[in-house]
Structure formats: structure tokens, C-alpha cells
Write a protein that binds this ligand. Structure first.
Ligand SMILES: Nc1ncnc2c1ncn2[C@@H]1O[C@H](COP(=O)(O)OP(=O)(O)OP(=O)(O)O)[C@@H](O)[C@H]1O
Length: 812
């Protein structure tokens, strides 16, 4: 056996730990890592029980020099709470690291064996306080541990807590300078800080504070947040979602100070996380007890470490055997490796992003189901006006007048697929780091648009999450611009509780559990079914000006981030909800949701600052639920204005002064004539996405029907003198096509002309399609013919070649 040594410095080396494998006896396995197996062993010459970690160097990225350098670094480390290697040497392709044997094993193993739901708070406080001492020490020495987690917090037979795995695993899998930005990242995804995942501007010792916070959650629950998911999913969740935390309701057994301490660690912006030194002064750690307390409350009655590890392995193997589906296998592998204490994931972030970009939730996934559910809800919203018009079947409006029948379904289809296809498909993902103040900001962009939304000016002092919030977002069929922090309040966005409701369906159990935050009584008032479904829509689908771009749960994330921020800022949720708010803005199209609202056709200005539409989801639902009781001024909604009046189209008429371009004066005016064809001359903004056009078209169609009914009704009830004045108005109208209207029938003729025009256009288009199909068919036939000719030529050549070969043979 070839042996090379890399002697460790420090106190223990004075004991003279031998550097030859033959001086050690290895017993049972007591732990396993990504490329390391740890055994209980005996150092024969010293008669001392040790732990020997054997690392397969072939599986590591680092070369021997790097390992030696790290080993030297380790020799400088000496702290009561850090597991220090006695020595290390190379045996064949393995590096042996000889360490003190910590009979309690890791906190993870202890939890798996005896505390599946996590430890009690005093135990956690004790373990964490000791761990924090180790982290503080390492940071003072200029080191980042990078792999803080329960699996690396070890307990010796006396209950002393030590942070293990420092240096070795980090150096094994890292070829670069620790402080430098890397393309690969080290650590375990669940515990990994978002900035470590980003790999854009590197990371610093604050990454350990994030991991420490995750470890606190792990000790509290028995597992880390997202631990059930495969690495790339964890990556996405960590970067996209609000930081996990203890839930104020579910985690009642834990103190407020514990919850606060965790929340301090799990802030996405590393600059806002406390240093280890500052964190150690947190009141939570006052409840920490002695090592003896741990020995009595944690270690007593536990089977020997080797036995525990063996049982765990058997359990894992059984679990793996049960799962057959590839995805489940992957997930389970992730979980079982996690259980075994694997921490050294080493993957390329770009690869992961690529993989993430390819994640497409299947039809039965919660996300896809959610999409379908939302699609149904939206269908209902869109069909509302249609069903209303069904009552008038048999009237002139019973068949589509303004939208050719053939066109309607295809447009609807287009809209729904655009709206719902995107949320379940992550097209691309990029993590960005930027804000005006140079603070680190985690942002994930997904969707087809490559243009990141720029932070609004004046936000320079905002944190990363605030910056996120400030983006103009595109929700459902609306463009929503959040330019007021108040928008983040439960009032504007729907209660976090309700967001959680939808999130519950969208996100797997654990994410939900970890991501939940406290509930406030105040939020109860938002428990309204119709609001809920609008919120479900808004939390799901985002439609942009450039098309449809969306990523799920963005709204929920914002709400949770906001809630967290408010918690941190010490504001109660009541104060929070009292924050002055501006209503969410919507672009024109959705102004049509209220069946009874009347559209006002205005010049397009939907995207210009303050003139952005102002009807929020809240408004819409209210519009739907309470509209009949509202009487109010006309509200201008982007390209349209909406009156909250309960307009009865049977009795409404349009004021004489109304023109196609301005119907804002729509009011109850029994004798005023309508503005014929007004809804037919709508000039769609060419930049409007198709998804946004659909409701517009549908509404135009619907309004057209209603208007026509109303007009027919009115004209039927007009006296001859009224008819004359109507004619004179109509003939003066600049939009009148027929200046010699002689009867109500003429007006309808005018409408029919337009309809005929449209139908004509449609039939022309259909004829063109037919021609193109014919051409295509011809081209195909031609291609088949050419193919045959080619084959014939090839066959001839082949025959010729064979013939020549035969002739040549014969000649020979
Ligand atoms: N000195 C020790 N005494 C007792 N058990 C140990 C000791 N060192 C490690 N272990 C056990 O072995 C497991 C794996 O060890 P370690 O974490 O050092 O390996 P690794 O390959 O670096 O894995 P990871 O990177 O996941 O931490 C630990 O979770 C712990 O349970």
C-alpha cells in the first residue's frame, strides 16, 4: 500500500498520530458524504478511538497540492467548537483524515434516530450557540465554512458541540480562491445562500449566516426547508421564493426570539445579515445550556452511532427500492443523501440553470393543475358577458355581429394558451445582481422576454426585495405597475393568507410549511371567494406588453417578502394595512370585466405613468360583486374609462355629443341617440399582446350586441319626431357612413355593412388560406416527384457501379 503523508500541525500532532494506514484499524461506518466515508477506527499505537474519513481523490476536483494547502490551513485552526483533524495522509487514491471520534455523531443522525420532528428550543439554543462560536472563530480567521448544517454539527460523548467538516470538504471540491466568484458552488443546496447560488459576485462569510439560519430551521423541524427536492429545484426555490422561516402559528412551541433570530439570518441580501459576532448577542442564545444538558437530554438512551447509521442506511435503501418513477427516484436520492449527511454537492450553476429552464411541469403537477384551474376561472370571467347575452337569444344579437364566428374561438384559444402556457414553462432563468445602491439583489427572470425590468428611479435606497417589488408586473390580462410600497399591503394584493391558500395548491407541502408566515386576524376580511379567485389569477399569470411572461408565485413571493420586511421593521400588520395605498393599475382591456360597466373609448395611453389604468383586482371583484350598488363618476382606465353606474342597457342611451372617440359621457339619458359603430372602429394598439386583445374583442362584441339590442329597443319606441332628430344627429356624425338615414333600419344597415365588410375580409382570408394550402400540396407533390427521380438516379448509379465491379472482376 503506497502511503504519502500530509501531517497536520496543532496540538494533537504532538501526540504523534502515525501516518501509515497499517497503524489504524477501521471498524464500522459512522457516516457517509459525497465522496467520503467515515469509519470508527482505532489508532493502534496510541490505543485511541478515532474517526477516519476516507476521501476518494478521484472523485474530487482538486489536485493534491490544493489538498495539501488546505491541510496546512487546517493546521492553524484550533478551537473547542471546531473538529480538528489529528492528521491526514494519502492511501492509494484515498485521503485519510484522522479525527477525534465524536460518539454522539451528527445532529442530523441524532434527529433521524430519535428526534424526527426536531429538538426542543433549549437544545437548539445550546447547539446553535456552540456552533456560532465555531463560525465566529472561523470568520475571524478569514475562513468561510460554506457547509454549515446539522449533518456537520457533531456531538461528542459528553455533549460538547463541534462544527465538523471544515476545510476538508471545502478544499476537496474547490479549486479556487474562497473569496472569489466561482462557476461552481460548494455546499448543500438546501443550506446554500442565494448569493452562493447566483455565482455572479461571489460571496463572503455571510453565506455561513444564511446556512446557520437554515440549520436552525432544520434543528427545529427535523429537516431543512426544501430538503425533499432535487438540487435544481432547491436552487430555484431558494432564489425565487421568499426566505423560509418559522411560522408564527404552526411553530407555536418556539419563542418569538427564536423566530426573530432565524429571520435575521435568512435575509436574501447578505449585507443585511448580521455577523456571527453580532448574532451571538441575540437574546435567543440566553437560553443555551451546558454540554451536560445535551448529554442528558439528547444522547441518553441513543443506540451506538454505528448502529444508528446502519439502521438509517437500511431505511434509505428500502425507500429507494419503493420508488420507481425517475423523478421520485431523483427526489428520494436527494433526500436520502441528505439524510446520510451528504453535503458536498458540486455542480455547475449554468448546468443547473439549463436544467431548470427545461423543467416543464407535467399535466398532473400541481402547477399545471393550477394553470388549468385558473384557466377555468378565467373562462368563467370571460364567458360572463356571453352568458348574459344568452338571455337575448333570438334577438338581432343572437349571432355574433361584430366578430366573425370563425374568428372568435381561435382568438380565445390563442389567448388562453398564451396566458397559461407560460406559467407552467420556465423558458429561461437568469439570476441578476444589481441595484442602484450597489446592494446585492437576487432576481430571477423567467419567460421569453430578455429585457430585465429596470428598477424605477428613486429606489436606490431600497433593498433587493423592495427592488423586486418595484418592477412593473403584468398580471393576468392587466399591466400592473407597482409604484407605491402600499401596493404590497394585504389590501392591494390580497391577504397573504389567501395567497398562501393558492400557494398551498401550487407548492408542495414542505415549501408551504416553511414559507408560511404568521396570520393576522385583520386578514380575515379579505376572505371573499370572488377576490380569492381573482387573486389566484393574479398570483399565477403575468402578461407583459411584449407578450406573455410569467413565473409562478411571483406575487406571493412579493407578499411574503413584504410581510417579512415589515416584520423586521417592527411594524404590525395593522400598521401595515393602514399604509396609504394606491390602487393597482390595470390597462384597458380588463376594464371590460364588469358586465355592467360601459366602455369609454379613449386614445391609447395605457402605459404612460400616472395615466395607467387604475382598476385593481380588488376593484374588479368588487365591480363584480357590488357593482349594482355603486354610483360614481366615470373612471378613466387607460384606453377606456369605466363608470361604476349600474348601466341598464335597455334604458341607457348615449348622449348626442358622444362620439366614437369619446364616450366618456355615457349616462342615463333616455332620449339620446347612440354612437353607431363606435365600438367597431376601435384602433387596436399594434403593440398590444394578443392575450390582451381577446378580452377587448370579446367585450366589443358583447357591447355591440347589447348596444344593438338597446338601439332596436329605442328605435322601436321612438315617435316620428324623435326619429327625425335621431336622423339629423346621425347624419351629422362624422362617423356616419350613411348620410341619408331614413329609418331605424338604415342605421342597422350601416352596422350590417360593417359586418358584411368583415365577413368579406374573412372569406378573402379563407380563400387565401385555401390557395396557400393548394400551393403547399403542389409543392409536396413536386418534392415527392423529385425524390422519386433522385432515387431512380441513385439506383441507376448503384446498378452501374455493381455492373462495373462485376466486369472488373471478370477481367481480372
Ligand atoms: N469525527 C467524527 N465523529 C463521528 N462522526 C463523524 C465524524 N466526522 C464525520 N462524522 C459523520 O460522518 C458524516 C459525514 O462526514 P463529513 O460530513 O465529514 O463527510 P463529507 O463527505 O464531508 O460529507 P459532507 O460534505 O456531506 O459533510 C457526518 O455527517 C457525521 O455523521
Amino acid at each position: 500500500m503506497m502511503e504519502r503523508s500530509s501531517q497536520q500541525g496543532g496540538g494533537e500532532t504532538r501526540k504523534g498520530f502515525p501516518l501509515v494506514a497499517s497503524d489504524y484499524k477501521l471498524f464500522e461506518e459512522i457516516g457517509q458524504g459525497a465522496s467520503a466515508i467515515v469509519y470508527r477506527g482505532l489508532c493502534v499505537p496510541l490505543n485511541e478511538v478515532v474517526a477516519v474519513k476516507t476521501l476518494n481523490l478521484e472523485k474530487c476536483n482538486s489536485n493534491l497540492d490544493d489538498i495539501r494547502r488546505e491541510a496546512m490551513t487546517m493546521s492553524l485552526i484550533s478551537h473547542a467548537n471546531v473538529v480538528k483533524a489529528h492528521c491526514s495522509f494519502v492511501v492509494d487514491q484515498n485521503l485519510w483524515v484522522v479525527m477525534p471520534y465524536l460518539a454522539g455523531g451528527s445532529c442530523l443522525h441524532i434527529m433521524k434516530a430519535a428526534f424526527p420532528d426536531g429538538f426542543d428550543e433549549p437544545v437548539i439554543a445550546t447547539v446553535l450557540k456552540e456552533t456560532l462560536k465555531a463560525i465566529e472563530y472561523l470568520h475571524r480567521q478569514g475562513h468561510i465554512h460554506r457547509d454549515v448544517k446539522a449533518g456537520n454539527i457533531l456531538i461528542d460523548g459528553n455533549g460538547a458541540v463541534k462544527l465538523g467538516d471544515f476545510g476538508v470538504s471545502a478544499c476537496m471540491f474547490d479549486t479556487g480562491d474562497r473569496q472569489r466568484s466561482r462557476n461552481t458552488f460548494v455546499g448543500t443546496p438546501c443550506w446554500m445562500a442565494p448569493e452562493v447560488m447566483e455565482q455572479l459576485h461571489g460571496y463572503d462569510f455571510k453565506a455561513d449566516i444564511w446556512s446557520f439560519g437554515i440549520t436552525a430551521l432544520e434543528l427545529a423541524h427535523g429537516h431543512a426547508p426544501f430538503s425533499k427536492f432535487p438540487p435544481m429545484k432547491v436552487l430555484l426555490m431558494t432564489m425565487q421564493n421568499a426566505p423560509p422561516g418559522l411560522d408564527y402559528d404552526r411553530d407555536k412551541r418556539f419563542s418569538k426570539s427564536f423566530k426573530e433570530m432565524i429571520a435575521m439570518c435568512l435575509v436574501k441580501d447578505p449585507a443585511k445579515r448580521p455577523t456571527a459576532e453580532k448574532l451571538s448577542r441575540h437574546s435567543f442564545f440566553k437560553q443555551a445550556r451546558s454540554a451536560d444538558y445535551i448529554a442528558r437530554h439528547v444522547l441518553e438512551g441513543l443506540p451506538p452511532l454505528g448502529e444508528r447509521v446502519k439502521n438509517l442506511k437500511i431505511k434509505d435503501a428500502k425507500l429507494l427500492a419503493q420508488k420507481e418513477m425517475p423523478y421520485m427516484e431523483q427526489e428520494e436520492r436527494s433526500q436520502s443523501e441528505y439524510k446520510r449527511g451528504v453535503s458536498s454537492w458540486n455542480f455547475n450553476v449554468e448546468d443547473l440553470k439549463m436544467q431548470a429552464a427545461m423543467i416543464q411541469d407535467d399535466d398532473n403537477s400541481p402547477t399545471a393543475r393550477k394553470a388549468k384551474e385558473v384557466e377555468e376561472v378565467l373562462k368563467q370571467v370571460e364567458e360572463g358577458p356571453k352568458s348574459a347575452s344568452r338571455g337575448t337569444e333570438g334577438s338581432a344579437s343572437s349571432s355574433p355581429k361584430f366578430l366573425p364566428k370563425a374568428a372568435e374561438p381561435s382568438l380565445s384559444r390563442e389567448s388562453s394558451s398564451e396566458r397559461f402556457q407560460v406559467p407552467v414553462t420556465i423558458h429561461s432563468i437568469t439570476a441578476e445582481t444589481a441595484n442602484d445602491a450597489g446592494e446585492r439583489v437576487t432576481r430571477i427572470r423567467s419567460g421569453p422576454s430578455s429585457n430585465p425590468v429596470q428598477p424605477k428611479s428613486g429606489n436606490s435606497s431600497k433593498s433587493g426585495t423592495e427592488y423586486w417589488r418595484k418592477e412593473p408586473t403584468h398580471i393576468g390580462r392587466f399591466d400592473v405597475f407597482e409604484d407605491d410600497p402600499g401596493l404590497g399591503s394585504p389590501k392591494a394584493h390580497g391577504s397573504p393568507r389567501e395567497h398562501r391558500k393558492s400557494e398551498d395548491k401550487m407548492q408542495p407541502r414542505q415549501e408551504k410549511e416553511e414559507g408560511e408566515h404568521r396570520k393576522d386576524d385583520e386578514r380575515e376580511r379579505y376572505d371573499d371567494g370572488s377576490r380569492d379567485f381573482i387573486r389566484r389569477i393574479s398570483s399565477f399569470s403575468h402578461v407583459s406588453d411584449r407578450g406573455v411572461q410569467s413565473y409562478r408565485g411571483r406575487e406571493e413571493v412579493r407578499d411574503r417578502d413584504r410581510e417579512r420586511d415589515h416584520r423586521h421593521s417592527g411594524r404590525t400588520s395593522e400598521e401595515y394595512s393602514r399604509t396609504p395605498q394606491r390602487e393597482r393599475s390595470f390597462n384597458g382591456p380588463f376594464a371590460s370585466v364588469g358586465d355592467r360597466s360601459v366602455m369609454d373609448h379613449r386614445p391609447a395611453n395605457g402605459h404612460q405613468g400616472g395615466s395607467r389604468s387604475t382598476l385593481g383586482t380588488k376593484d374588479i371583484t368588487e365591480e363584480k360583486t357590488k357593482v349594482s350598488s355603486q354610483k360614481g363618476p366615470v373612471l378613466h382606465k387607460g384606453r377606456f374609462s369605466v363608470t361604476s353606474d349600474d348601466v341598464d342597457l335597455k334604458s341607457v342611451s348615449i348622449h348626442k355629443s358622444a362620439s366614437v372617440g369619446d364616450l366618456s359621457s355615457v349616462r342615463r339619458h333616455p332620449q339620446a341617440p347612440p354612437a353607431p359603430g363606435s365600438l367597431l372602429t376601435h384602433n387596436f394598439n399594434l403593440t398590444t399582446p394578443i392575450a390582451a386583445l381577446v378580452p377587448q374583442l370579446q367585450h366589443i362584441y358583447h357591447c355591440g350586441q347589447k348596444q344593438q339590442e338597446a338601439l332596436t329597443h329605442l328605435l322601436n319606441s321612438l315617435s316620428p319626431s324623435d326619429t327625425t332628430s335621431f336622423h339629423s344627429f346621425h347624419s351629422n356624425s362624422r362617423y356616419s357612413r350613411n348620410s341619408s338615414l331614413g329609418s331605424s333600419g338604415d342605421f342597422l344597415t350601416d352596422v350590417s355593412d360593417r359586418e358584411r365588410d368583415l365577413l368579406h375580409q374573412v372569406s378573402e382570408l379563407q380563400a387565401r388560406v385555401t390557395t396557400l394550402m393548394d400551393e403547399l400540396q403542389n409543392a409536396k407533390l413536386k418534392s415527392v416527384g423529385l425524390e422519386r427521380q433522385l432515387n431512380a438516379i441513385y439506383n441507376r448509379e448503384e446498378e452501374e457501379r455493381i455492373r462495373m465491379e462485376v466486369v472488373a472482376k471478370e477481367e481480372r
